[in-house]
Design a protein around this ligand. Sequence first.
Ligand SMILES: [Zn+2]
Ligand SMILES: [Zn+2]
Ligand SMILES: [Zn+2]
Length: 135
Amino acid sequence: MDIVSLLRDSGLRATKSRIAVLSFLEQQRVPISISEIAEKLGAVVDPVTVYRIIDAAKGAGIVKEVNLGTGSISYELAPDGHGHHHVVCTSCHKIADVSSCHEELLSRDALKEARGFASITGHSLEFFGLCKSCS
Ligand SMILES: [Zn+2]
Ligand SMILES: [Zn+2]
Ligand SMILES: [Zn+2]
């Protein structure tokens, strides 16, 4: 993926540290927390900057927050604004990706049910269970 174009297309300046953080995110097979990113990139980008970069990328809709039930929020690159969802093993924390979620249907129902809301702009959905070796 061309991280420089991704940043520019979403209205963010392609600075060295932004490129470093997003390229690192792209290489991860599973979502990762800010402290894990800061730990790995410590020599290149300081933790406060990592936090700001993730926050800006989240605002621009190219990074997604993922709650894996670990107590800290994880992040992953979602260039299309949606990305995918996950199934997490509650015993060994193995993670598998799930692509479909019937987003339009769910959003429409959610909007129908939620009083006082005018629009749905995003969603967060992860599944928890036991993997084959843990069950
Ligand atoms: Zn993922
Ligand atoms: Zn497991
Ligand atoms: Zn979805």
